[in-house]
Design a protein around this ligand. Structure first.
Ligand code: CP
Ligand code: NVA
Length: 313
């Protein structure tokens, strides 16, 4: 089936069909192979990308900026200390101005409504580079990394241990549901997902052959896992919750004991990074032989480039 993503935004993986995600992953694998062969093209020559940041970033900023720049495009980094947005100008007005000057916009910040408003008012493709609700480009890289190491997605069991209501848990549930994985959110009752999103991802999973499970018991959730995934216990913007999260999430730390519980010699450990070693994951696990976190970080660039190639050319 032909897949045409030209002009499309990515605000959440809910925006993409399984076939469109499959296409982006295929393009990303091809782009990565190109780099191995030292082939270079100038696919974004003459194009411009506005990069709006309310929150810090290492991987996402560098992935967008280098992927766009090495293809001849001109990325412009705009932190909220630099532009009028939030101080003297509304998001709707900012979006309309940026849409007159740029070919695409990426946004990292707090509210999902901001990235939706940029999409509604700019008239150009908008990419969600993380909000409190979703982190879709991260999950594209995660799926690519799993494929590289395992060779398939459908039918695999991914256990996410940690804050089950944050942007990563939300996006992993959507990505797994779309691509037919069995996803378990392992979290204490206070931090478990629920509501409309849980209903939605369960409906999607029923169509793809995947499943979404929620558990507070590692002994129930972990056996048979192919991937154990975790993320920081306190996300950007909720630093004041760090102490209470340590109390709630210490039983869910990914350590060797939890890795052994999977009973799978091919088990992968994944983390979107940055990590707080000694909290959500022990030093020996993240630095150990089953950890694929550096491949995952590199694949941010290939999947983000694939997204821009597919939506801008
Ligand atoms: N994983 C991720 O989004 O990393 P950064 O916060 O460094 O962009
Ligand atoms: N949940 C984390 C993800 C960082 C990539 C945060 O929002 O800070």
């Amino acid at each position: 089936m032909a897949v045409n993503l030209k002009g499309k935004s990515l605000l959440t993986l809910l925006d993409l069909s399984p076939g469109q995600i499959r296409y982006l992953l295929d393009v990303a694998h091809n782009l990565k192979a190109e780099r191995v062969g030292f082939q270079t093209y100038q696919r974004f020559r003459g194009k411009t990308l506005a990069m709006l940041f309310e929150k810090r970033s290492t991987r996402t900023r560098c992935a967008f900026e280098t992927a766009f720049g090495e293809e001849g495009g001109h990325p412009v980094f705009l932190s909220n200390a630099d532009i009028q947005l939030g101080a003297k100008e509304s998001i709707e007005d900012t979006a309309r101005v940026l849409g007159r000057m740029f070919d695409a916009i990426m946004f990292r910040g707090f509210s999902q409504e901001m990235v939706e408003a940029l999409d509604d008012y700019s008239g150009v493709p908008v990419y969600n580079a993380l909000t409190d609700m979703y982190h879709p480009t991260q999950v594209l890289a995660d799926l690519m990394t799993i494929e590289e190491h395992v060779g398939e997605l459908a039918g695999l069991s991914l256990v996410y241990a940690g804050d089950g209501r944050n942007n990563m848990a939300n996006s992993l549930m959507v990505g797994c549901a779309k691509m037919g994985l069995d996803c378990t959110i392992l979290a204490p009752g206070e931090l478990q997902p629920g509501g409309e999103l849980l209903d939605t991802v369960r409906e999607i999973a029923a169509e793809s052959g995947g499943s979404i499970r929620v558990s507070d018991d590692p002994k129930e959730a972990v056996p048979g896992a192919d991937v154990i995934y975790t993320d920081v216990w306190a996300s950007m913007g909720e630093e004041e919750k760090a102490k209470e999260r340590i109390a709630l999430l210490t039983p869910y730390q990914v350590n060797q004991e939890m890795m052994d519980m999977a009973g799978n010699p091919d088990l992968l450990f994944m983390h979107c990074l940055p990590a707080v070693k000694g909290q959500e994951v022990t030093y020996d696990v993240i630095e150990g032989p089953r950890s694929v976190v550096w491949d995952e970080a590199e694949n941010r660039k290939h999947t983000i480039k694939a997204l821009m190639v597919a939506t801008l050319l």
